[in-house]
Design a protein around this ligand. Sequence first.
Ligand code: MRU
Length: 350
Amino acid sequence: MPTLDWNAKNFELILLDQRALPGEVRYITCQDYTAVAEAIQKMVVRGAPAIGVAAAYGMALAAGRSAQSDLSSLREELNTAASVLQASRPTAVNLFWAVRRMLKLADQPVSSPGELKEKLLAEAQRMAAEDVEINRRMAEYGAKLIADGDTILHHCNTGALATAGWGTALGVIRMAHEQGKRIHVLVDETRPRLQGARLTAWELSQYGIPYHIISDGAAGYFLHSGQANKVFFGADRVAANGDVANKIGSYMLALAAKDNQIPVYSVFPISTVDLELESGDEIPIEERSQSEVLDIQLRGLRVTPVDAQARNPAFDVTPHRLLTALVTEKGVIRPPFTENLRQAILGKTN
Ligand code: MRU
């Protein structure tokens, strides 16, 4: 069941509604870019690479559904669409990367609006296909870091659902499993949106990989008592020095791992790296509605006082000193990250 699918017949993007999983499998159809921006904001589609590909389709929809008959008006409309899409979620840089890639293509000379529309749709489809291919390549590199018998602690959801297919950190785990390695996964439930308990657990069940869901606060216990020997998570934005912004809770997990000499790996495509930012301190952190933290029910009753207030940062930054290695489609990158990340991306160190 793909996270995103293009319906050529109706010229629309179909998104698997991740808010309803695993209880209900339902889809949302987006016929214009504003619907895509809303789906990203509301987390119908989520996970950095999936957000990027959805935004690319949003740009293709903006062009394809436009009534403009001349190229310069069409390009102007694309700039508006780009701003709307980019305002949907601030942290995952894949969103900005994807929109910029579409705008760059839109700037190239074409003979008619029709030709531009076709090119943009083809580019969005190419980005979706590339994402799956890149994920599989990362998985091949990353699986070498996993040994038979490992118990891996995993945060958030980084699987097929978070991408156009296959997954990043969970893709690595899936590849190791397919290679016949016997692995066990401890799935952080990942408060407040429960991407671990709902989505990662659902994916692992389908792949036949044994797992237990744990509460986020239990991670330190498992790491300290020797019941987990590796930590894997994804990334939403990586600064030039290797600092990684990822789902809230990743930082505490990495701290606990470091204190117990347990290796921590972050897995992401190069499109998640933002070389313009020197360190993770510059990464914008999305703060979402407090209702995501407060509106919890237990046995049909609201848990929090009706007048309670909450803070809800969706991401935190794990400093590079806590990371053992970064896994990308260019290979496994080890410290010093500033030099080695640059070398992997640009083929040079300065
Ligand atoms: O808020 P989300 O669910 O979009 O956050 C997702 C994550 O933090 C993932 O770990 C990250 O995007 C990498 S997934 C391929």
